[in-house]
Design a binder for this molecule. Structure first.
Ligand code: NAD
Length: 388
């Protein structure tokens, strides 16, 4: 197996920034690539700040780490000595394919090319190269230094050796909040494990939002149904990540998984009107004065949310992940969800009464007329229980 010394991180935005920092902390030489000097300067300053903070806590020597960091605007020359490349640019397939091609044409033959895509096909990116066996997915969670999970994804042509290198590099990257958890994703399917597990909840959420619209219920009342779990309620979080992001993900899932994922009336209307949340100042909430802090103790609940439906949807999707051979067992799915989302997966809790959850989902899918939410064969049969 090749000794990995030089890592190139392409895209120095939110994700690339964190990925470069943990790669430095693991002792690699790191080159960051982006399209403008201003963006690169900002990224370098932010990494320097992060390293200095850690130095004050006695975790590392900031100057030594910084001495192994380079920044470049020229991708072709930046990858000339690369052993391992991590692409973290915008979530657009054509841009990613162009980058994979340039890397393939300029990097040494042994170099691995990995993508940090949240959901897109590694196989398709690899098709832009002549080294599909050396292309893999390496999916971090935001922020990369703090979230424990990295999913390492096999494209259709990825070699076992490339996967082993990807897993070894992933395990070597420190996490500031506990031990790294590396999940091996056996099949290149949209959303991999964790994003896939959580994506069909969006079908239920769309249904709930559209019900609010039809019945004239304020959206904050729906948010109040969830209460304040975690740092942000679901609709504050949607505004924070961007209504446009949710809109695009739902459409991608509709095209790759099932038509039922299409964004509903509320999300489509907000997208068309440019009410995108934090970035435009208005989404479900008004962001013009900073992050909204709804006081749910004073807001009337909509009384629409049934948490049992969310659990049943999640168990069903976990079973689809097992059925499609994406993960080796339900424990990996549960552990990955905890490491990537700070939330328990559905199986450990739901397995005891699995038949009740199947029945609940059956009734709910019939009620809203969703084909995709119907319990899949593996869920219905209960055979997943032994697939730990
Ligand atoms: N934000 C998240 O929570 C998250 C989590 C996991 C994975 N991802 C994935 O990571 C990737 C990056 O997401 P992000 O949130 O960091 O985006 P971002 O917009 O913060 O950063 C993307 C960066 O890529 C740069 N870029 C664009 N085209 C480029 C090119 N041709 N060459 C070099 N650099 C280029 C941009 O200038 C920008 O700095 C996406 O594929 C996204 O789906 C995001």
């Amino acid at each position: 197996m090749v000794d990995i010394k030089n890592i190139v991180v392409i895209g120095s935005g939110l994700m690339g920034n964190g990925i470069a920092q943990v790669s430095l902390m693991a002792g690699y030489n790191v080159t960051m690539v982006d399209i403008s000097q201003e963006i690169l300067d900002k990224a370098v300053a932010s990494i320097e700040g992060g390293l200095k903070k850690l130095e004050t806590k006695g975790v590392l020597n900031a100057a030594e780490n910084k001495s192994r960091l380079k920044a470049s605007l020229d991708l072709s020359s930046a990858v000339k000595d690369a052993d391992y490349i991590i692409e973290a640019v915008v979530e657009k397939m054509d841009v990613k394919k162009d980058i994979f091609k340039t890397c393939d044409e300029n990097a040494p033959p042994h170099a691995i090319i990995a993508s940090n895509t949240s959901t897109m096909s590694i196989t398709e990116m690899a098709s832009a190269t002549k080294r599909a066996d050396k292309c893999i997915g390496m999916h971090f969670f935001n922020p990369a230094p703090l979230m424990r999970l990295i999913e390492v994804i096999a494209g259709e042509k990825s070699s076992e050796e490339s996967m082993e290198i990807g897993i070894k590099v992933s395990k070597s990257l420190p996490c500031l909040r506990g031990d790294r958890y590396v999940a091996k994703v056996l099949k290149d399917r949209p959303g991999f494990i964790v994003n896939r597990l959580n994506s069909p909840s969006g079908i239920y959420m769309s249904y709930l939002l559209d019900t609010c619209l039809e019945q004239g219920i304020p959206f904050e009342s729906l948010d109040a149904d969830f209460g304040s779990r975690g740092p942000m309620s679901p609709l504050v979080l949607s505004d924070y990540t961007g209504i446009d992001t949710g809109y695009h993900v739902r459409n991608y899932n509709a095209e790759t998984l099932h038509e039922d994922f299409r964004p509903g009336k509320v999300i489509t209307q907000m997208y068309n009107e440019g009410k995108l949340g934090r970035k435009t100042g208005q989404g479900f909430y008004d962001w013009s004065k900073g992050r909204p802090q709804p006081d749910f103790s004073k807001i009337k609940k909509a009384g629409l949310v049934d948490r049992g439906v969310f659990l049943a949807i999640s168990m069903n999707e976990g079973c689809r992940i097992l059925e499609e051979g994406i993960a080796s067992g339900w424990k990996v799915i549960d552990d990955a969800n905890m490491a990537g989302m700070n939330a328990p997966g559905p199986f450990e809790y739901g397995i005891k009464n699995w038949e009740g959850h199947v029945k609940k989902l059956e009734e709910f899918a019939d009620k809203i007329g969703s084909e995709y939410l119907k319990p899949c064969d593996l869920f219905r049969s209960g055979k997943f229980v032994d697939m730990k």
